[in-house]
Design a protein around this ligand. Structure first.
Ligand code: CP3
Length: 347
């Protein structure tokens, strides 16, 4: 039965007449019903840790649009919090964490086998979703990739160029690698619990992969993705994995083979035509409409959507944005995107 789910079919390599659709950050502030539930929860983190309300916001975009996948509502920074980092969100600015600058800061972290004390409510959200999602909807679990999560743990916030993480890597590589290692192990445990609770696919978000170059890309993006994917597939044979090494550029080429991921998600800095010729040859791709079309809409949205569907129609494809939808998006433009994808005959 599970194999009737279009997302699982695309992930298994099947070329469908119409690509299945979901959207990064599909549960979010552009939806009035999300803003209402978040207000009820109090704030973003309270929403993440409230299984009933987190399940509710996960379901909202499914009810409104009938997306083919639901993504668990949580955040990539909950794992560092579970490892003992302080975490809070500053309205209008983004996340703040306690920083890791020295070995002593690192040594204060908790061992990986204690993360569930904090993360148990997240697994409960997954269990609730398992019972409530329509039978055709695939449930995606996720975690941040070690490099991306490390950039936040080291700097204590989001940074444009990931400068503090690059500096620590240059100045104290042994400490930097301990952070990557604990996050790799922690991510495997966190994702395993999500799968045991009912997640059918897992996605690894490496939002800052594009700032790693050369050998650093191999060691801190590719290698952890390969370890996590390999171990997840060993524990859960047949589990599909989506990797998102955002802004990897040329390094998208060969990423499926190098990591074992079933699907590589592509951002909007590469064209769908380029991805078809260079990345889709190795397996499923997901992407890659510019999020700003969800704000501006109109004929440009329709034309770009059609172009992507056509360019990627010869191989397995999951339609998505190139990055998360933004709070200023118009919910009607999301419907226009979905209608356009479904109306664009690909064969
Ligand atoms: O995609 C989904 O709908 C699932 C839920 C999800 C969230 N964050 C919810 C969220 C997922 C998969 C993430 C991933 C995430 N979180 C990433 C990787 C993907 C990416 O966007 O590059 C990163 C880097 C984070 C860290 C993070 N969380 C930041 C930088 C911010 C603040 C930026 C912002 O948009 O305000 C968040 C907050 C956050 N995570 C929100 C949501 C819906 C907005 C919080 C709110 O409601 O105020």
């Amino acid at each position: 039965m599970a194999k009737n789910k279009t997302i699982l079919r695309a992930l298994a390599g099947e070329v469908l007449d119409t690509p299945p659709i979901w959207m990064m950050r599909q549960a979010g502030r552009y939806l009035p019903e999300y803003r209402a539930t978040r207000a009820q929860a109090g704030d973003f983190l309270s929403l993440c840790y409230n299984p009933e309300l987190a399940a509710e916001v996960t379901l909202q975009p499914i009810r409104r649009y009938g997306f083919d996948a639901a993504i668990l509502f949580a955040d990539i920074l909950l794992l560092p919090q579970a490892l003992g980092a302080d975490l809070w969100f500053v309205t209008g600015e983004g996340p703040r964490l306690s920083t890791i600058e020295t070995q002593a800061d690192f040594d204060k972290l908790k061992p990986v086998d204690e993360i569930d004390e904090v993360l148990n409510p997240i697994y409960e959200t997954v269990r609730i979703l398992k019972g409530e999602l329509p039978s055709e909807t695939t449930l995606i679990g996720f975690a941040g990739a070690p490099w991306t999560v490390a950039t936040y743990m080291i700097a204590g916030r989001g940074t444009k160029d990931q400068g503090p993480a690059h500096a620590l890597k240059a100045e104290n590589r042994a400490l930097f690698e301990q952070i990557i290692d604990i996050l790799t192990t922690g991510t495997i445990e966190y994702l395993s619990k999500q799968v045991e609770a009912g997640a059918e696919v897992v996605k690894i978000f490496d939002s800052w992969a594009g700032s790693l170059t050369g050998e650093d890309f191999d060691r801190y993006c590719l290698e952890p993705a390969k370890k996590i994917t390999g171990e997840m597939k060993k524990r859960f044979p047949g589990l599909p994995v989506i990797a998102f090494p955002r802004e990897a550029g040329d390094r998208y080429i060969g990423f499926h083979k190098a990591t074992g991921a079933d699907c590589v998600a592509i951002d909007d800095s590469v064209t769908a035509e380029w991805a078809a010729a260079n990345v889709q040859v190795d397996g499923c791709v997901q992407g890659n409409l510019k999020s700003s079309h969800m704000v501006t809409g109109g004929q440009n949205l329709v034309d770009e959507t059609r172009r992507i569907v056509k360019a990627l129609s010869k191989g397995p494809h999951i339609f998505n944005l190139g990055h998360g939808i933004t709070p200023d998006a118009d919910p009607d433009n999301v419907q226009l995107m979905i209608d356009t994808v479904r109306e664009t005959a690909t064969r």
